[in-house]
Ligand binder design. Structure first.
Ligand code: SAH
Length: 403
C-alpha cells in the first residue's frame, strides 16, 4: 500500500464549496435528506440565509444537534468582510470581501430617500479589458459562484434591515450588476442569482424584476439567450461609442459583436420583455463626447425603447482619461434629447471611496497605499474552468458558431 503523497503547493484556485444558494429548492431538499434530515429543513436554512442569519446558534427552529452539521454542509461562509468604506454620511458603503481562496471582490450599497440599491460583482476581476475601467485593467481572476454573488445582495439586505445604514431600518429594493465582472460571461451562475433575487421567501429576496439591472458589454449570444429566459429584468448595455471604429478600442468585445448587432439584440430583448433598456455611456473628455457622436447616438437610438444613461468618467489610477467638462456634458444631453432619446446623467456616488462605476479594483488599498496584509491574489492557473472571458462550454452563453 502506498501512502498519499505530501502536497506542498496550495490547491489550485477554484470555485468555493457548495452552498444552498447554488441549488434549486428540490436540490436543496435532496441535499438535506442525504444528511438524514427531513427535507423541510432546507426551507428553514434558506429562510435564515436570505435573512442574513449566519450564526447556526440563531437558527433556533433547527434542532441544536443538527444545526452545525447542516450549516457546515449547506451554508458555508463564503464572503468575509475585509473592510467597509463609507461616504455620503454613511449612506454609500463599499465593502471589500475576501473569498475562500483569497480572491477579493467589492460591492457597494447606496441608500437614497426612496430606495436602496446594491451594486454587486459577478466575477473576481473581469476579462473584458475596457481601457477606462479599473476592473477591466486588472484582468479576470475567476467566476463567482451563484452563492458568492447572491451573498453580496443578502448582506446588503441584512445591513438595510438591521438599521446600521443611517436612516433607520429599511429594505433593499434594487440590485445592479455593475460591480466587478461581466455578468453574461458567467451566465449560468448569474441566471441562478437572478432567480434568487426575484424568488419570494424562503428561497429568495423577493425583488421586483424592474428593480434588478443586468449590465453587459454586449455579449450578443448571451443577450439573446437571456431574452428566452422569461425574466424581465432591466437590461443595460455599455455602449460608450455609437460607431464601431471608436467602440473597437473602448469596448474591445466590439471587435467580435458590432454596435448594430448589440443594439439589435437589446431591441429584441425590449420587444420580448416590454421593458426599456438602458444604454450606458461614460463621457470621456475629447474621446467620445463630441457633438457629432451625440448626434450619431441619437440617430442610432431614436424611436427605440431605450434610455441613455450618461456617466461622467470616473477617473481610474494610471489612466490619462478624464470626465467630460460640464458644458460638453450639457451639449451631449441636449443633442440626444433633441433626437427624442430619453437621457439622464448618472450621479457619481461613492467616487471618493473608489466606489463609483468602473472604480472597483478590489485591491486592498488604504488611502491609495497597497497593504501587505492581504495581497491581491495572483491570476489562477488554468483549472477545469479556464479563465476565458466568454465563459466555459458548460456555463457560457453558447458562443459556438455565432461569430
Ligand atoms: N461588465 C459590465 C458591468 C460592470 S461595469 C458592463 O460593462 O456593463 C458597470 C458600468 O460602469 C458599465 O457601463 C461600465 O462601462 C461603466 N464603467 C466602467 N468604468 C467606468 C469609469 N471609469 N467611469 C464611468 N463608468 C465606467
Amino acid at each position: 500500500m502506498t501512502a498519499l503523497p505530501l502536497v506542498f503547493d496550495a490547491p489550485r484556485r477554484g470555485m468555493p464549496p457548495r452552498h444552498l444558494a447554488d441549488l434549486t429548492r428540490d436540490e436543496a431538499r435532496a441535499a438535506v435528506a442525504e444528511l438524514g434530515q427531513p427535507a423541510f429543513r432546507a426551507d428553514q436554512l434558506a429562510r435564515h440565509f436570505y435573512r442574513g442569519v449566519t450564526d447556526p446558534a440563531q437558527m433556533t427552529d433547527v434542532p441544536a444537534a443538527a444545526r452545525e452539521a447542516l450549516a457546515e454542509a449547506l451554508l458555508p461562509g463564503l464572503l468575509t468582510p475585509v473592510r467597509h468604506l463609507s461616504a455620503d454620511g454613511g449612506r454609500t458603503r463599499k465593502t471589500l470581501w475576501r473569498l475562500h481562496d483569497g480572491a477579493l471582490v467589492e460591492s457597494v450599497l447606496m441608500r437614497y430617500p426612496d430606495r436602496a440599491t446594491v451594486c454587486i460583482s459577478s466575477q473576481a476581476g473581469c476579462g473584458m479589458a475596457c481601457p477606462f475601467c479599473a476592473t477591466g485593467q486588472g484582468g479576470l481572476t475567476r467566476n463567482l459562484s451563484a452563492a458568492e454573488i447572491i451573498g453580496q445582495a443578502v448582506a446588503a439586505a441584512a445591513a438595510m434591515a438591521s438599521g446600521e445604514i443611517p436612516g433607520g431600518p429599511g429594505r433593499l429594493s434594487n440590485v445592479v450588476f455593475m460591480g466587478m465582472g461581466e455578468p453574461l460571461a458567467n451566465y449560468a451562475r448569474v441566471r441562478t442569482t437572478l432567480r434568487a433575487l426575484l424568488a419570494t421567501a424562503p428561497y429568495g429576496l423577493g425583488l421586483s424584476q424592474r428593480a434588478v439591472t443586468l449590465s453587459t458589454v454586449g455579449l450578443v449570444p448571451a443577450i439573446r439567450r437571456l431574452t428566452e429566459e422569461g425574466m424581465a429584468v432591466t437590461l443595460a448595455v455599455s455602449l460608450h461609442a455609437p460607431d464601431d471604429e471608436l467602440r473597437d478600442s473602448l469596448v474591445p468585445i466590439n471587435t467580435r459583436w458590432k454596435v448594430d448587432e448589440v443594439v439589435a439584440a437589446a431591441d429584441a430583448y425590449a420587444e420580448r420583455t416590454g421593458r426599456r433598456y438602458s444604454v450606458e455611456y461614460a463621457l470621456i473628455r475629447d474621446v467620445n463626447d463630441q457633438p457629432e457622436r451625440a448626434d450619431l447616438l441619437g440617430k442610432l437610438l431614436a424611436g427605440k425603447l431605450a434610455h441613455v444613461n450618461l456617466i461622467p468618467l470616473n477617473p481610474t489610477p494610471g489612466s490619462p482619461w478624464d470626465a467630460s467638462p460640464l458644458p460638453a456634458q450639457r451639449e451631449f444631453v441636449a443633442r440626444l434629447r433633441a433626437a427624442g432619446v430619453a437621457t439622464t446623467v448618472r450621479d457619481t456616488r461613492g467616487q471618493d471611496i473608489d466606489g463609483a462605476c468602473g472604480q472597483l479594483a478590489a485591491s486592498d488599498r488604504v488611502d491609495g497605499v497597497p497593504s501587505l496584509a492581504l495581497p491581491t491574489p495572483a491570476m489562477p492557473t488554468p483549472t477545469a474552468e479556464p479563465p476565458v472571458p466568454l465563459g466555459s462550454e458548460t456555463d457560457g452563453p453558447g458562443l459556438e458558431g455565432t461569430a
